[in-house]
Design a protein around this ligand. Structure first.
Ligand code: ASP
Length: 439
């Protein structure tokens, strides 16, 4: 039998009524056997997520504030959820135990993790399914990274003989034996770990949108929905700012070739977006799958005659950045020129001047120039490598919009062309590219 692993995000857990629809979704497909939940999210705009209420509670606890009052806001969310669900579940005792343990542990991660813990206990009750505490099956190593092999084994063992089980997302156990969380939004990663551990045929990620859009809807009105996308394309796009899914969550499932389906709890009939391993992916007919970008990069342009024949030139330049702890996004280069594209926030204060001085000393370039306020825009699609004239269309569209391109980088994966334009031209450029390839 095929196994589907379903992760439900915060808005799908926001109140008792939404949790009822989640139950219907799960009951509607016998393959939906393993469920991962986030903490209850916002019920309306302006509401506060339970995880944020928990961070506030922790801060009150350690800074001598009114912890009881802060935690009362958390309690009331769960009490009303259980009431709305009409569930026979002693939430008051569970909340009391939780409060005592938070005070005893005095740990930020432990406190934050209780949002998912409490939610999973309730959902397990609603579904009449086994509750599996992430603390006992998801493990981190001494460096704080996921211990994948140990976790996959423990999850597989825990679900043995369980027709259905519910896991809290977002946390596991650190090498020191204490509860440790992933970064924010990390329940996506928990879901991916469970999917990999149980050899799922599909990892369904239930959110409040019907999948990914081909570009930012704040820039283009009602952009087209992406029906299917490869892992590789998604990586290029999510890195540039399209973030529905936690960017680390794709790695466990990608390695195991498990597809991800982004679905909408509030419109379960919508197809959503299917994220597929490249080997199983056939482009949907469009040359370009999506366009995404990010503002505020700095370009350090370096020129030196015969740079190409100077052994170790690029290494010496990169060593300067390594020493200063500055990550480099892209390195477009020519025969006597190279550029370093860096997120501006990594070069704040005196750092930029220091980097420039050290580059001058280290490689004695003819010219070093700094160009600031650059936006990068990635146009991504598997179809691009096989169709002649894509870049000419891209650049003609940008030129027709009267935008000056300051940098070009065609990723060696050939599914991605990145252009650098002035921050001021960012929105205009995305619109021009979208119009060219989608309208
Ligand atoms: N509840 C956590 C957060 O708000 C984790 C998650 O939702 O995935 O970041």
């Amino acid at each position: 039998m095929a196994i589907k692993v379903c992760k439900f995000g915060g808005t799908s857990m926001a109140d008792g009524n939404v949790i009822k629809s989640v139950k219907n979704i799960i009951d509607g497909d016998m393959d939906r056997r393993f469920i991962i939940v986030s903490a209850p999210g916002k019920r309306y705009s302006g509401d506060i997520k339970v995880t944020d209420l928990l961070y506030d509670s922790y801060n009150a606890l350690v800074s001598g504030g009114d912890f009881k009052k802060a935690f009362a806001a958390v309690k009331s969310r769960y009490v009303s959820i259980v009431k709305e669900l009409n569930l026979d579940f002693d939430i008051d005792s569970v909340l009391e135990e939780t409060e005592e343990r938070i005070i005893k542990e005095r740990s930020e991660d432990f406190t934050a993790s209780r949002g998912e813990y409490l939610c999973a206990r309730i959902v397990a009750g609603v579904l009449n399914a086994k509750f599996i505490d992430a603390e006992n099956v998801i493990f981190f190593d001494e460096n704080g990274a996921l211990n994948g092999e140990k976790s996959y084994k423990a999850v597989a063992e825990a679900v043995k003989d369980a027709p259905r089980a519910v896991f809290p997302g977002f946390y596991g156990r650190g090498a020191d034996g204490k509860v440790k969380t992933f970064s924010r939004g990390g329940s996506d990663i928990s879901g991916a770990i469970v999917a990999r551990a149980v050899h799922a045929s599909m990892y369904e990620n239930w959110t409040d949108v019907s999948g990914f859009l081909a570009c930012d809807p704040r820039i283009v009105d009602s952009p087209r929905r992406i029906k299917s996308i490869s892992y590789k394309e998604l990586r290029e796009l999510s890195y540039m700012g399209a973030n529905v899914l936690h960017s680390e969550s794709i790695f466990p499932v990608r390695r195991a070739n498990i597809p991800i389906n982004i679905k909408n709890t509030f419109r379960p009939g919508d197809e959503g977006t299917l994220i597929l391993p490249t080997s199983r992916y056939t482009p949907c007919g469009n040359i370009v799958t999506g366009v995404a970008g990010k503002k505020n990069f700095t370009v350090i342009f370096i020129e030196k005659s015969l740079m190409n024949s100077e052994v170790g030139f690029i290494a010496d330049v990169l060593n300067v950045l390594k020493k200063e702890g500055v990550p480099v996004e892209h390195i477009p280069s020519g025969i006597d020129t190279m550029s370093l594209v860096v997120e501006s926030e990594c070069l704040q204060g005196e750092k930029l001047n220091r980097v420039i001085e050290e580059i001058k000393q280290s490689v004695e370039p003819d010219v070093v120039r700094v160009i600031e306020n650059i936006a990068l825009i990635a146009t991504v699609g598997h179809g691009m490598s096989s169709s002649v004239g894509t870049s000419s269309r891209l650049f003609s569209a940008i030129a027709a919009a009267n935008i000056n391109v300051k940098m070009i980088d065609q990723g060696s994966s050939e599914i991605n062309i990145i252009v650098g334009v002035s921050n001021n031209d960012y929105e205009k450029c995305i619109k021009a590219i979208y119009r060219e390839f989608f309208v």
